[in-house]
Design a protein around this ligand. Structure first.
Ligand code: PLP
Length: 365
């Protein structure tokens, strides 16, 4: 029996009546753009994050782009972020004509190392984007303190961290703005592209709302040059049906992760490190092995789908050669990129499947 990295069919099977009813409601009402479904989901998702405002968008990338715009990032500015993330985190900085300034990770958590931020700050720095990678919040207190001292905005990339907690605070409630992705494979996934921006600042929320809908605040009046970044009502209804399950799904992911960690101890494997003040949601269960490529091949042969998040650091991506970073610039990320491997994890995974994965890992020589 093969085991996929994620199994969206298994999840649909557990919530089919709720999803089908939500979709039928939207189709029957034919209110497809914004409207009540979107407003309702925004209210509930803000509450889930324990934040004041949520503005739906048509992807996590769009939400990140809006976040930079409302934070006043302009062409020629610099934005500090981690080199160990999905391309979208940095792509939106480039899209604005600003410059991504990368920093290395803490090799234990894979998140941006706060000790490396200050030396990356210049007079052009406007914002920091910490990524809560794999569903584990970045070390926010020192990041927020540095931002306060240097008058920088903090934009949380919480695309992998819906419901994760840092010192009892939820991802999305700590920075000036936070961005979420509801890409289908994320812990809260739509049935297509969707995303959201979350903030405690009314003015930033209002500006994001205007920008995502062609710069308008009423039907026919356009105040600024905006974008077509609206969240679909169909996606909002699906997300709304799934949201009440999310805490339980995240708890099940944690139980699976704990079981993996217990069973994989005493092998040549580095299991995830979770500081005591953090509650992760394991979007990814990431292990390290010094023969990663061999292990990956072995797992594949046993029918286990594993992944690599991410094999090429952003500073070494072809698209970023113009930034002038060399191999060796960020040694912790470069080493991790060669050693990390993501094991299958999803809430519907059975204990037997977890053991099957562990057995496959154990037989690797
Ligand atoms: C998924 C993801 C995004 C982008 O989200 P989309 O909804 O696919 O646009 C951004 N940052 C990170 C870290 C992600 O994992």
């Amino acid at each position: 029996m093969t085991i996929p990295l994620v199994d969206l069919k298994a999840q649909y099977a557990t919530i089919k009546p709720e999803i089908d009813a939500a979709m039928a409601r939207v189709v029957t009402n034919t209110a497809f753009i914004l409207g009540k479904e979107v407003a309702e989901f925004e209210k509930n998702f803000a509450a889930f994050c324990r934040a004041q405002h949520c503005v739906g968008a048509d992807s996590g990338t769009a939400a990140l782009h809006l976040a930079l715009l409302i934070c006043g990032v302009k062409p020629g500015d610099e934005v500090i972020t981690t080199t160990h993330t999905f391309i979208a985190t940095a792509e939106v900085i480039s899209l604005i004509g600003a410059r991504p300034v990368f920093v290395d990770i803490d090799p234990r958590t894979y998140n941006l190392d706060p000790n490396l931020i200050e030396r990356a700050i210049t007079p052009r720095t406007r914002a920091i984007i910490p990524v809560h990678l794999y569903g584990q919040p970045a070390e926010m207190d020192p990041i927020l303190e540095i931002a306060r001292q240097h008058n920088l905005r903090v934009i949380e990339d919480a695309a992998q961290a819906h419901g994760a907690e840092y010192r009892g605070k939820r991802a999305g409630s700590m920075g000036d703005v936070a961005c979420f992705s509801f890409y289908p494979g994320k812990n809260l996934g739509a049935y297509g592209d969707a995303g959201a921006l979350v903030t405690n600042n009314q003015e930033l929320a209002d500006n994001a709302r205007t920008l995502r809908d062609h710069g308008r605040r009423s039907k026919y009046e356009h105040f600024i040059t905006g974008y077509g970044y609206r969240l679909d009502a169909l996606q909002a209804a699906i997300l709304g049906a799934k949201l009440p399950h999310l805490d339980a799904w995240n708890a099940r992911r944690r139980a699976i992760a704990d079981r993996y960690t217990e069973l994989l101890t005493n092998l040549d494997i580095v299991t995830p490190y979770v500081p005591p003040h953090i509650t992760p949601i394991y979007h990814i269960y990431c292990i390290r092995h010094n023969n990663r490529d061999g292990l990956l091949k072995h797992l594949k042969a046993q029918g286990i789908e594993a992944g690599i998040h991410y094999p090429i650091p952003l500073h070494l991506q072809p698209v970023y050669q113009n930034l002038g970073y060399q191999v060796g610039a960020f040694p912790q990320t470069e080493k991790a990129a060669n050693e990390i491997l993501s094991l299958p994890i999803y809430p519907e995974m059975t204990d037997a499947q977890v053991e099957q994965v562990v057995d496959a890992v154990r037989t690797f020589k």
